[in-house]
Design a binder for this molecule. Structure first.
Ligand code: HEM
Length: 133
């Protein structure tokens, strides 16, 4: 059996939070057509409940992300640094788009910011795997 270290705990918490933030968004989006059939107000109720879980999760991603940067600081030069900076911009867009999606009141606003939230969350996930690889 392999040993468990603080690196294991750090990456476990970061990946756990990433699965909820990214996977949760994709799951809620997939359920919207069924929720609509259950009642016009149901998608909003489900989205609000998910937001109560998703925002603390985003906080865990930021906190463990800072822990990651401290842990891998020796690697943070050249193309690794560039990839990290691109990832941080994408993470910022992911959080901002999710907030704008939550505040949007028009169908266009909901659709545009919803799509941007999903794409940027997936991009952050991809760039995270690239950094760890
Ligand atoms: C939407 C937000 C985020 C997502 C979805 C995300 C996702 C991921 C994933 C999936 C990994 C790969 C873990 C592995 O395979 O072991 C990772 C690694 C990493 N993440 Fe994030 N992350 C996010 C936010 C952040 C933030 C805010 C920071 C910095 C402040 C950060 C810094 C890092 C670093 C440095 C690594 C490499 C860790 C290592 O190699 O030990 N991440 N991220």
């Amino acid at each position: 059996m392999l040993g468990v270290s603080w690196d294991t705990v750090r990456l476990f918490l970061h990946v756990l939070a990433a699965t909820v933030w990214v996977g949760g968004q994709l799951t809620v989006a997939a359920l919207v057509p069924v929720l609509r059939r259950a009642g016009a107000g149901i998608p909003k109720l489900a989205a609000r409940r998910f937001a109560q879980v998703a925002w603390p999760t985003f906080g865990v991603l930021i906190a463990t992300g800072i822990w990651n940067v401290i842990a891998v600081r020796a690697k943070v030069t050249g193309s690794y640094e560039t990839t990290l900076v691109v990832k941080l911009v994408v993470v910022f867009v992911s959080g901002l788009a999710a907030a704008l999606h939550q505040w949007a009141r028009t169908p266009t606003g909901l659709a545009v910011f919803g799509a941007l939230t999903g794409i940027s969350a997936l991009a952050a996930l991809f760039l995270g795997v690239l950094l760890a690889g």
